[in-house]
Design a protein around this ligand. Structure first.
Ligand code: FAD
Length: 387
């Protein structure tokens, strides 16, 4: 099929990548995004080789590599004394082994690349357009916006994130709090932080985890501090946090962690709850509506595979539509190709929280490591997998 009218609800990494894949396959695509402006929170994202294979298929790999940074390796350190427990190779070996690099990129830079590609392909975008509902009839799918307008199309793709309005027609259940919170900040790299920028990694310890990596040519350091928190009532992506809060949560952790906390700019230090979804049995309704990315399978971020999975979904959806004679067939192919893998990654991401935040950090070094690479996730090529 081609020449379909397709509506994508949500202009995040998943929605924009899906729009590009569907445009490249010869369809017309309109994106409705609830935010006033397209953009992304000031934070980085890791694109594993499986994500970059997807972008290679969409012809975006060169632009992304130009803005991103491929590390040589990542170190995993002990929370008390900072000693190295494990070194994970991430350099040229990735490209040789998987055909694509492992890289870090600022979310805003990735977003800008996606928006440029979308507009070059003739995609339409509407901001300040919150989808409140979706549905379908014999002839079309539709989304209803907050202003009451209904937009009909051949296909509706719900890529509207963990709190997806489109998903609410599948089940009455809301996203659940996973018990984890994340604090995020980006700091400029000076002499004292230079070593962290060249040697990205994690510091692991009981119920806590610190992740750091360079962005924008190594001029910035992306910092994420994870902690388990029993209760959480606040909601939002930009709840202000304080250095004191972090100092108390990470009391007793080694000097590098204290140094990173000291460098944070409180004006730009935010925290939020990690919410997730339980797996759905099916993603499609009436051959007219489907889900993608966090709307379909929001997971904890402990394998850095949430965005990568959304990118895989997007490429497979584009291919499934192109390869099929009608929409029910296309959505069945999409779902059959994606649902098992996405559900597996969801589960493993949850389990990885326990592996990375174990009471005994030393045990990390003692057993066979089970992570995104050893599980074979990097080798998945969404452009080649059978649909
Ligand atoms: C701390 C943290 C670190 C992470 N690190 C990584 C990583 O390194 N690598 C990785 O692969 N993944 C990572 N992830 C996961 C990743 O961020 C998500 O999986 C990814 O952003 C999902 O993309 P999406 O487009 O499906 O959803 P989103 O990014 O949530 O995008 C949804 C879009 O839809 C819009 N929207 C929402 N509701 C509506 C509505 N009703 N109508 C219209 N528009 C709407 C939103 O404004 C947004 O633009 C991390 C997550 C967290 C929390």
């Amino acid at each position: 099929m081609r020449d379909l009218d397709i509506v994508v609800a949500g202009g995040g990494i998943g929605g924009l990548t899906a729009a590009i894949a569907l445009l490249r396959a010869g369809n017309r695509v309109t994106v409705f995004e609830s935010a006033r402006d397209f953009g992304e929170v000031g934070a980085g994202v890791t694109l594993a080789p499986n994500a970059m294979l997807g972008y290679k298929a969409l012809g975006l790999d060169a632009a992304i590599e130009e803005k991103g940074i491929s590390p040589h390796r990542q170190v995993v350190r002990h929370w008390q004394d900072g000693r190295v427990l494990k070194t994970l190779e991430r350099g040229d070996g990735m490209r040789e082994k998987y055909g694509a690099p492992y890289l870090y990129i600022h979310r805003a830079d990735l977003h800008a690349i996606l928006l440029d590609a979308l507009s070059e392909l003739g995609g339409k975008t509407n901001t300040a357009s919150r989808v409140v509902s979706a549905g379908y009839d014999d002839k079309s799918g539709w989304v209803e916006l907050a202003d009451g307008q209904r937009h009909h199309s051949d296909l509706v793709v719900g890529a509207d994130g963990v709190r997806s309005a489109v998903r609410s027609i599948y089940e009455p259940i809301e996203a659940h709090f996973t018990g984890h919170i994340a604090f995020r900040g980006i700091v400029p790299v000076d002499q004292a932080l230079a070593d962290y920028a060249t040697n990205p990694g994690n510091i692991i310890g009981p119920d806590r985890l610190v992740v750091w990596y360079p962005l924008r040519g190594g001029s910035q350091l992306n910092l994420v501090f994870f902690a388990r928190e029993g209760d959480w009532t606040e909601d939002g992506w930009t709840i202000p946090a304080t250095r004191e809060e972090l100092r108390s949560i990470f009391a007793g952790w080694c000097e590098p962690v204290q140094q990173m906390i000291d460098r944070l700019d409180e004006e730009r230090l935010f925290k939020w709850a990690i919410n997730a979804r339980t797996a759905l049995r099916g993603w499609s309704q009436g051959g007219r509506i489907t889900l993608l990315g966090d709307a379909a399978h929001a997971m904890t971020p402990f394998m850095g595979q949430g965005a990568s999975s959304a990118i895989e979904d997007a490429v497979v959806l584009g291919r499934a539509v192109e390869a099929s004679d009608d929409l029910p067939e296309a959505l069945a192919r999409y779902e059959a190709t994606r649902i098992e893998r996405a559900t597996f990654i969801q589960q493993e991401s949850n389990d990885n929280a326990n592996r990375l935040q174990s009471k005994d950090a030393d045990s990390f070094n003692k057993k066979e490591i089970r992570n995104e690479e050893t599980l074979g996730l990097f080798a998945y090529d969404s452009a080649k997998v059978a649909v």
